[in-house]
Design a protein around this ligand. Structure first.
Ligand code: 6PG
Length: 518
């Protein structure tokens, strides 16, 4: 592709899909001085976006509604930039084909911002090669992020990124580069906000096609684990310590001021504090304990299994949602299965023990969080190696510090770890994480001992400790496992006292002599 001018704020941008994300991304672009033409198969959604823009920016707003793809393309100048915000999967392909029919040409750029499966993105870039530039940019941050600054994970042709970068940098969330903390564009309760000039944008080119969506998929895998870890802490505090939702909210608020500071911690406190408008009880007590999922956590777990990258905490978070969804069976079995308490007297926990437990649980969450991120980053590194991508992990941590769902103060440590050692083998190997684990691992162990005795399920916390203990073990019982495999399947084994890669088989059913295997 020949050199192209970068997109300027004089250039009109097309946005297709006026669902929550598409509409808010379009309004964000208008905030930042970009005129936008929008289209959706549902004309009411287009009308809704136009009405909202008029309400916010006045009658002659820079957001124009279109009744057809042809009309949308006619309003854009070449090379046209069309942003897709449509459901992942078949709708992305059908819009791309419809755009081609409507007159898209070879220089035009289509950017998929949905939660697409990364392998679909690679296939699409190849499929549409020569017809138009298929580019992708994963987006995190939900409705508010899309409107006031999301975290953006673009990937595809570098030259397309160079054209798109000013627009992407403008609409992205911003971070104070010194503190690593988000720079807010809105005051509390505000519904519109001016463009932000200062701060480091949470948008960085990730790599070739598919890389951005892979990184976003892992972001969501970590998101699942982060959420489940917080839920396990809530479960322990409510079921084992008998604390109310409002009391737990106060604990979460205090944790949010320390090393666990994060968006998910803050919103969890807010959810816990919310009163049910119908009954007046705590809303959380009225919400059915049956989790949904759209698939990105599952893809992360599948990818970890395919790559052979241990990511048990991320996978357990997916299983936890699946198990919660078997609501009826749980109701039935909860009547018949005993807890099998070991050395718990049944006496109420004293106030001193309660304070100590809450403090241990804070440490437990921090260790669980470190394990989850370590698994996610290792997964990205392993997939990058198989795909030949050069991922910049400091950049990935950097663009997750604001805008996205897993934004957290803690990400600043990950930025520093990868800045100090770009090819870091594992987060546990970074001095700062070693220090944090050394300081807090006892709290994780204590919390689990208590929770397990009480019969509280804590799949993510438990898996995090096993993951930690496995890496801490110079020797694991896989020696016996290899013996078992060799016994029934002649699968062979290596020996401590022989060169690596040299395999042996023992004639288990015969003379029990060992033979070298090639
Ligand atoms: C984000 C979120 C967003 C969404 C996912 C997860 O980064 O903005 O991850 O992509 O919340 O769809 O949804 P599920 O929990 O339903 O899988």
């Amino acid at each position: 592709m020949p050199d192209k001018a970068v997109v300027t704020s004089a250039q009109r941008i097309g946005v297709i899909g006026m669902g929550v994300m598409g509409k808010n991304l379009a309004l964000n672009m208008v905030d930042n001085g970009y005129p936008v033409s929008v289209f959706d198969l549902d004309a009411q959604r287009v009308a809704g976006a136009v009405a909202q823009a008029e309400q916010e920016f006045g009658c002659n707003s820079a957001l124009q509604g279109c009744q057809s793809l042809e009309q949308l393309l006619s309003q854009l100048t070449s090379p046209r930039i069309v942003i897709l915000s449509v459901p992942a999967g078949a709708p992305v392909d059908s819009v791309c084909h419809a755009l081609l029919k409507a007159g898209l040409d070879a220089e035009d750029i289509v950017v998929d911002t949905g939660n697409s499966l990364w392998t679909d993105t690679i296939a699409r870039e190849q499929h549409f090669q020569g017809k138009f530039h298929f580019f992708s940019s994963a987006v995190s941050g939900g409705e508010v992020g899309a409107r006031f600054g999301p975290s953006l994970m673009p990937s595809g042709e570098m030259q397309v990124w160079q054209q798109l970068a000013p627009l992407w940098h403008a609409i992205a969330a911003k971070v104070d580069p010194e503190t690593g903390l988000p720079v807010s564009r809105t005051a509390a309760g505000q519904t519109k906000a001016p463009a932000l000039q200062q701060g480091e944008p949470c948008a960085a080119f990730i790599g070739p096609a598919g890389a951005g969506h892979y990184v976003k998929m892992v972001h969501n895998g970590i998101e699942y684990a982060d959420m489940q870890l917080i839920c396990e802490a809530y479960h322990l505090l409510s079921s084992a310590l008998g604390m109310t939702a409002v009391e737990i909210a106060a604990v979460f608020d205090s944790w949010d001021k320390g090393p666990l500071n994060s968006y998910l911690m803050a919103i969890s406190a807010e959810v816990l504090r919310q009163q049910d408008p119908v009954t007046g009880a705590a809303l959380v007590d009225m919400i059915l304990d049956k989790a949904g999922q759209k698939g990105t956590g599952l893809w992360t777990a599948v990818s970890s299994l395919e790559l052979g990258t241990p990511a048990p905490t991320l996978a357990e978070a997916v299983y936890a949602r699946a198990l919660s969804a078997r609501h009826e069976l749980r109701q039935r079995l909860s009547q018949t299965l005993p807890v099998g308490r070991c050395d718990i007297s049944g006496a109420a926990v004293s106030e001193t023990d309660k304070t100590a437990l809450i403090s241990a649980l804070e440490s437990a969450l921090l260790c669980g969080k470190i394990a989850g991120y370590a698994q996610g980053f290792q997964l990205m590194a392993d997939n990058a190696a198989t795909q030949g991508w050069q991922l910049n992990f400091a950049d990935i941590a950097r663009i997750w510090r604001a805008g996205c769902i897993i934004r957290a103060g803690f990400l600043q440590h990950i930025v520093a770890a990868y800045e100090a050692e770009p090819s870091l083998a594992h987060l546990f190997a970074a001095p700062e994480f070693n220090r944090l684990l050394t300081e807090h691992i006892t709290g994780l162990r204590q919390s689990l001992v208590f929770g397990i005795q009480q019969g509280i399920p804590m799949p993510c916390l438990t898996s995090a400790l096993s993951y930690y203990d496995s890496y801490r073990s110079a020797r694991l019982p896989a020696n016996l496992l290899q013996g078992q495999r060799d016994y029934f399947g002649a699968h062979s084994f290596e020996r401590h006292d022989a060169p690596a890669g040299q395999h042996f088989h023992l004639n288990w059913s015969g003379d029990r002599q060992q033979h070298a295997v090639n």
